[in-house]
Design a protein around this ligand. Structure first.
Ligand code: PFF
Length: 355
């Protein structure tokens, strides 16, 4: 470390760059794949309110704390925790908390990238018309055949990981920052197009009603836990991702204000995803609470049968992959930063190892 006021990996070039990167980490499969189906399973509107409370009361304060710790330490999460423990004469075992984050992020990426790979393969499926005119049974067969083919899944997973590694290998400003600078606006634009399409269907208000109609009798202890767990997952908390992004944050930027913007943008994207998906589901007489299969088993039926389904289907899966990419680069970054700082590796080499 040459200058203790700066991370050895460089810094975000502006406040906007940090906002885009942190929003990129937060907005991911959790918003587009998970939020709509857990909302469906937990009764819609009331669940959304509980989730918003969790973001506000737990998510935002923890995100602020994690970013602050990262900026203070200016290194990978393990190094940051070790340094801060030393500086404050605390137990050195605190550095294991950094380890927990890095390992958890690593484990999440190991399945996250598989689902992102499904997204890539579905872009091709929609593009080649595999779903056109398909009923539930055909879509199910396509999904089952894909699940039964390790080679195909391995292929798409590898493509996704290679893209992730090549972004991260370029470094903080040239890689991460550049990627999110075009990924995030593109993602937002695609999402708005999908919502506009959903608005043109007859089931738009039915979808909104499902998402916002509040029936608290549907809320159980389990759904509160689900909402809280999702608030952590969607804001990328406790995995070292936000901590390492905080390490690249220049000194003069207000953490509280930027965190509120990031959490707001993340929540907005989740709600917009719900507003795009549920009207399409209802318009095609499909089930909103169909679990994780909502995206890969239910929506393709809609895309195969609705007007403009080919175009909007491709848009949807491209959106899903963009969202996954901007998150997976933040999932691998803590491990890459650790390898660079402690194993004297170049960034490229660290990416290959971590990837
Ligand atoms: N926040 C991402 C999502 O909602 O899909 C997932 C995620 C990214 C979790 C980065 C944890 C993390 F460190």
């Amino acid at each position: 470390m040459t200058d203790s006021n700066k991370s050895s990996h460089g810094e975000w070039s502006s406040r906007m760059a940090f906002i885009l990167a942190a929003t990129g980490s937060a907005v991911g499969l959790g918003n587009i794949w998970k939020f709509p189906y857990i909302t469906g399973e937990n009764g819609g509107g009331a669940f959304v309110i509980v989730y918003l409370m969790c973001v506000l009361l737990i998510g935002i304060p923890i995100m602020i704390a994690e970013t602050m710790i990262g900026r203070r330490g200016k290194r990978n999460p393990i190094g940051t925790m070790a340094l801060l423990a030393k500086e404050s004469d605390a137990d050195p075992n605190w550095h294991y908390l950094g380890w927990l984050g890095v390992v958890a992020g690593f484990l999440i990426l190991s399945y996250y990238s598989v689902i992102a790979g499904w997204g890539l393969s579905y872009i091709l499926n929609v593009f080649t018309g595999s779903f056109s005119g398909a009923g539930g049974e055909k879509v199910q067969t396509i999904f089952n055949d894909f699940m039964a083919s390790p080679l195909q899944q391995l292929f798409w997973h590898t493509v996704f990981m290679v893209v992730t590694m090549s972004v991260v290998a370029r470094g903080v400003t040239e890689g991460l920052e550049r990627a999110v600078q075009w990924l995030m606006p593109a993602l937002f634009f695609l999402l708005l197009l999908l919502v506009a399409y959903a608005m043109s269907t007859n089931s738009y208000f039915k979808g909104l009603n499902f998402l916002f109609n509040t029936d608290f009798s549907k809320i159980t202890g389990q759904s509160v836990l689900t909402a809280m767990g999702h608030a952590f997952f969607t804001l990328s908390l406790g995995m070292g991702a936000i901590m390492v992004y905080g390490a690249y944050l220049p000194k003069d930027i207000s953490i509280a204000r930027t965190t509120v913007i990031v959490a707001g943008a993340d929540t907005l994207v989740a709600l917009l995803a719900g507003m795009a998906i549920f009207p399409i589901v209802f318009e095609n007489n499909l089930q909103p609470g169909s679990g994780p299969g909502l995206i890969f088993q239910t929506l393709p039926i809609a895309f195969g049968n609705m007007t403009g389904g080919w175009f909007f289907g491709i848009l949807f899966f491209v959106l899903l992959v963009f969202a996954a990419l901007s998150s997976s680069i933040s999932l691998i970054e803590p491990a890459v930063a650790w390898l660079v700082e402690t194993r004297n590796m170049t960034r490229q080499r660290a990416c290959v190892w971590a990837g």
